[in-house]
Each structure stands twice: as C-alpha cells, then as structure tokens.
Design a binder for this molecule. Structure first.
Ligand code: HEC
Length: 113
C-alpha cells in the first residue's frame, strides 16, 4: 500500500483523507485498525467491560459489553470517539491517543455481524 510507510505519522486530519482513499481502494486504506483496537481494548477496557470472547479477565456483568455497544445504534463509531476523548468518571485516565480511540471505535463497530 503506497501510504504504508506514513501510517505512524497520520493525524486525525488524515482520517478524512483515508476515508476518501477507502472509497477508491477498499478497506485496507482505512486509518483505523480494528485489530489494534481490540488489543487496546483487551489491555485497557477488559478489567471492567466484556470486550471480546477470548478475554481472560473477568468483566463486570452490570456494565455494557462491547457487543452491547456494537448492537446499540446510538453508539455509532463517531459517538464512541467523542465519548472516549473524555474518559468516563470511573474509568482510569488512560490518555488514549486519537489514533487509539479511532481503533477502538472501529473494533467495536466490527462486532456487529
Ligand atoms: C475501571 C472500570 C472501567 C474501565 C477500565 C473502562 N470502563 Fe467503560 N464504563 C465503566 C463504567 C462504571 C461505566 C458506566 C458509566 C459510568 O458510570 O460512567 C462505563 C461506561 C462505558 C460506556 C458507556 C456505555 C453506556 O451505554 O452508557 C462506554 C462506551 C465505555 N464505558 C467504553 C469503555 C472503553 C472503550 C474502555 C477502554 C478504553 C472503557 N470503557 C474502560 C467502567 C470502566
């Protein structure tokens, strides 16, 4: 992929450009990376939320799982990004980068068949 070497330098602004690219060249051009989002979610979110079927930490049953979030139409990828930019009260301040937030939001979006 021609932009591969630039991946790390992509900024949030470049996301829009990547989407344009995606329309032309398919999903590979998306800047957000669901696999990486899953990794971050397992690392940072799985102590409270159920984020994946293969997680080995116990999640709180009273919290929405990422499968719930994915099914819930009010949690769009954009809403999630806005929400995560400002961590919820009980969640540790994890200083997620925009790139990581986008990856998590993409990952959650992929959980709905
Ligand atoms: C320390 C526990 C904890 C961690 C870690 C945590 N959360 Fe949460 N999360 C909560 C709690 C508790 C709520 C319920 C809302 C509240 O009390 O603010 C919540 C609510 C949410 C909601 C809103 C659900 C709804 O329907 O209102 C989203 C989205 C969410 N978390 C995403 C995440 C993501 C993504 C991560 C990882 C980056 C994460 N959370 C990490 C505890 C946590």
């Amino acid at each position: 992929m021609e932009f591969g070497s630039n991946a790390r330098r992509r900024t949030a602004g470049a996301l829009a450009w990547a989407m344009v690219l995606c329309a032309v060249s398919g999903p590979a051009a998306f800047a957000a990376d669901a696999q990486n989002g899953k990794k971050i979610a397992l690392q940072w979110c799985s102590s409270c939320h159920l984020v994946s079927e293969d997680q080995d930490t116990a999640a709180s049953v009273s919290l929405p799982s990422f499968f719930d979030l994915s099914k819930d139409e009010s949690w769009t990828e954009d809403n999630l990004k806005t929400f995560l930019a400002d961590p919820h009260p009980k969640m540790p301040n994890m200083n997620l980068a925009n790139r990581e937030i986008a990856d998590i939001a993409r990952y959650i979006d992929t959980l709905t068949p």
